[in-house]
Ligand binder design. Structure first.
Ligand SMILES: [Zn+2]
Ligand SMILES: [Zn+2]
Length: 274
C-alpha cells in the first residue's frame, strides 16, 4: 500500500445572493460546486487565481435557485467546446426545478445521503432545509481530507454538524444578522422567508452549527452567502471568531469572508492519498 501527500485546493470564486461558485480539486481531478455567476466570471476568476488549468470533471448543483445554477447551460457548452464535456450532478427535485433555459446537457441525478465518485473524489450530497424541491450541500473527500460547502439553509441540523466535525476546510453560510434583518428595509414577508426554517442561516444560527460541529481537524473556515443588506463582513467575522474562541480553536482555524465580486485566494489542505 503506498501513501503519498497531495494538496487539495478550495477556492470560493463568488458567494452571495447574486451568484455562487466554489472550486474544489487537486491536480488530478476537480469539481465546481454551483455555477450561479456567468461562465466568463467563473473561468476568468479561476485564471486570476492561477487555476486556469485546474481540472474540472463535474459541476455539483446544490439547488435550483438562479444564484446557484444560472450559468449551467452556457458553462456546459463552454467546457464541452474546450474538449471537456462534464456531467452536472443534481437531485431529481433540483433537475425539475431548474428553469429549462438553464438546464445543461449531461445531467446526472444524485440522491441526498448517497455518495458517489467523480474520478478519485468521493462526493456526499447532504440534505439541507431550504425552500426548494430537494436541496443539498456537498462534502468532497480527497484521501483523508474533507471539504464541505454548506449554504442556503434555514436552520442547523445534527447531520450537518456531524459532517462539519470531520472537515478540514468549510464554506459555511453566515447570511444575516438577525437585528439588521428585522430592522432593515425588506418587506415583512421576505423577512419571514429569510429567517424561516427553509430560508437562510443567520450569524447566530451559523455559530450554533459551527459550535456543534467544531472538531479537531478544521483549518480553514470561509464565511459565505453574506447578505449585502442585512449583514456586514465584520459582524460575520466577529461571530465566527467568537465561536472558534469558545471552542478552543482560535488561531488554529484561518477565517475569511467570501466575496461576491472576486475570488478568495485559494486555500490548500494537505491530504494523504492511498
Ligand atoms: Zn443562494
Ligand atoms: Zn437558495
Amino acid at each position: 500500500m503506498s501513501l503519498f501527500q497531495r494538496d487539495v485546493t478550495v477556492c470560493v470564486l463568488s458567494s452571495g445572493s447574486a451568484g455562487n461558485c466554489t472550486y474544489v480539486g487537486d491536480k488530478h481531478a476537480g469539481v465546481l460546486i454551483d455555477c450561479g455567476v456567468s461562465t466568463k466570471q467563473i473561468l476568468g476568476r479561476l485564471a486570476e487565481v492561477g487555476l486556469a488549468d485546474a481540472p474540472i470533471d463535474a459541476v455539483l448543483v446544490t439547488h435550483e435557485h438562479t444564484d446557484h445554477v444560472g450559468a449551467a447551460a452556457v458553462l456546459g457548452r463552454a467546457l464541452a467546446k474546450r474538449g471537456r464535456p462534464v456531467p452536472f450532478y443534481m437531485t431529481h427535485g433540483t433537475s425539475r426545478g431548474v428553469h429549462p433555459s438553464c438546464l445543461p446537457d449531461g445531467v446526472e441525478i444524485v440522491e441526498a445521503g448517497t455518495g458517489f465518485r467523480v474520478r478519485h473524489l468521493q462526493i456526499e450530497p447532504i440534505p439541507v432545509p431550504h425552500d426548494t424541491q430537494d436541496p443539498v450541500a456537498y462534502r468532497v473527500n480527497v484521501g483523508d481530507a474533507a471539504v464541505a460547502v454548506i449554504t442556503d439553509l434555514g436552520k442547523p441540523t445534527a447531520l450537518l454538524a456531524r459532517h462539519i466535525r470531520e472537515c478540514h476546510a468549510l464554506v459555511l453560510e453566515f447570511n444575516h444578522d438577525e437585528d439588521m434583518l428585522m430592522d432593515g428595509p425588506y418587506p415583512y414577508p421576505l423577512k419571514q422567508r429569510i429567517k424561516g426554517n427553509h430560508g437562510h442561516l443567520s450569524n447566530r444560527q451559523a455559530q450554533m452549527l459551527l459550535a456543534d460541529g467544531l472538531g479537531g481537524s478544521l483549518r480553514h473556515l470561509m464565511l459565505a452567502h453574506l447578505s449585502e443588506d442585512n449583514n456586514t463582513p465584520t459582524r460575520a467575522l466577529v461571530a465566527a471568531q467568537r465561536t472558534l474562541q469558545d471552542g478552543g480553536a482560535f488561531g488554529r482555524v484561518a477565517v475569511s469572508v467570501c466575496l461576491q465580486r472576486a475570488a478568495l485566494p485559494p486555500v490548500r489542505v494537505t491530504t494523504n492519498v492511498w
